[in-house]
Ligand binder design. Structure first.
Ligand code: NAD
Ligand code: DAU
Length: 333
């Protein structure tokens, strides 16, 4: 099997590429990645000689057509992925997430190639505290330019399945954590702040809830869907990992042996979604997937260990990220 993986130098994509190469050595992997600020070739160092890496943009129709034409399946991770960036500068989100997905869909349509679309639970908007978790039937209601662009891309996939018979599946996953996540994101930002002797930064009151899943569990679910999922079907991926942001920061502080209240409240994110929660019953019952990382605290401790041991990987981007947050107006409350 020849597999084209877009965004394979990003957080989830790079974990997927490494897992695939190690666990399925018979698969020929081609990575297409533009190496934006979020992409890092070093994330693929350990398996660099076992893949083909193409630096290029998913909106480049000619390049995409050639690569898709040589593949049996495409797994599409590439995206602009950070909500805060989408609030400061929405255009790259429209370009990459919508136009990029359109470009891939047209290529898989021309070449009749199997396509799996990686999406997010954020397309459903947010939930009140006591509301039931998102299911595959929850109406779309995105809040940010990021989630609106992902919702748009999902809609394109659904239309290409129905109108053109494209053999596609979609997965909408909750918040991932684990190694190789960019330091702009919540958990790596707090870990690397603490390594640098800076207090963690909690947006607003810190009572927003996210449904955490280890990146390896997400990626195993993607493989399960790619192999056994029903064409045209959307599957939600989540591991019952609901936790409020303040509790996450306090767990990180505790792992560092610090006072759990040793953090700062900072300016809140505009339009901040209150709660995400996934009901992954369909994936569990129909396809038999189960997460392996049941203990968030243990997974978090391992992730902290990884950042402690891989400073050369994250250090180059750290100062720029903190400067960008300051320039966007973040201040201690
Ligand atoms: P990331 O920002 O870490 O990585 C994105 C990758 O895409 C980078 O390597 C970047 O260079 C590449 N890229 C960006 N624009 C490109 C373009 N125009 N052409 C080619 N490559 C381009 O993102 P991530 O956190 O790994 O997320 C991967 C996917 O999973 C995204 O589609 C995201 O929406 C989705 N998702 C993420 C999470 C999460 O918690 N991180 C949860 C659910 C779904
Ligand atoms: O739900 C899936 C989504 O999860 C993915 O689609 C996105 O690509 C991914 O970035 C993530 O989105 P969030 O906005 O939930 O993740 P982020 O890491 O930016 O923030 C997690 C929570 O922590 C959120 O409520 C905002 C808060 N936060 C974030 C940062 C960076 C803080 O309190 N302090 C911070 O410094």
């Amino acid at each position: 099997m020849r597999l084209l993986i877009t965004g394979g130098a990003g957080f989830i994509g790079a974990n997927f590429v490494r897992q695939t190469v190690v666990e399925r050595p018979d698969i020929r992997v081609v990575v297409l990645d533009a190496l934006t600020y979020a992409g890092n070739r070093a994330s693929l160092d350990s398996i660099a000689d076992r893949i083909e890496f193409v630096r290029g943009d998913i909106t480049d129709a000619e390049l995409v057509d050639r690569l898709v034409g040589g593949a049996d399946a495409v797994v599409h991770f590439a995206a602009e992925s950070h909500n805060d960036n989408s609030l400061a500068r929405p255009w790259p989100f429209v370009q990459t997430n919508i136009v990029g997905t359109y470009t891939l869909l047209e290529a898989v349509r021309r070449h009749d190639v199997r396509y799996h679309h990686i999406s997010t639970d954020e397309v459903y908007g947010d939930l009140a505290a006591a509301a039931p978790a998102f299911t595959e039937n929850t109406p779309y209601n995105p809040s940010s330019p990021y989630s609106a662009s992902k919702a748009s891309s999902d809609m394109l996939v659904r239309a290409w399945v129905r109108s053109f018979g494209v053999r596609a599946t979609i997965s909408n996953c909750s918040n991932n954590y684990g190694p190789y996540q960019h330091v702009e994101k919540f958990i790596p930002r707090q870990i690397t702040n603490l390594i640098d002797g800076v207090r963690p930064r909690l947006y607003g009151a810190g009572n927003q809830i996210r449904d955490w899943i280890h990146v390896e569990d997400h990626n195993r679910a993607v493989w399960t869907i790619l192999e056994f999922g029903r064409i045209g079907q959307t599957y939600l991926i989540g591991a019952n990992g609901e936790l409020d942001n303040k509790s996450v920061v306090q767990l990180i502080l505790t792992e560092f042996g610090r006072d759990p209240d040793d953090f700062d409240h900072v300016t809140d994110r505009p339009g901040h979604d209150r709660r995400y929660a996934i009901d992954a019953s369909l994936l569990r019952t129909e396809l038999g997937w189960e997460p392996r990382y049941a203990d968030f605290r243990a997974g978090l401790a391992a992730t902290i260990g990884w950042y402690r041991e891989h400073e050369t990987w994250w250090r180059p981007g750290k100062a720029d990220v903190e400067t960008a947050y300051a320039q966007a107006g973040e201040r201690v409350l």
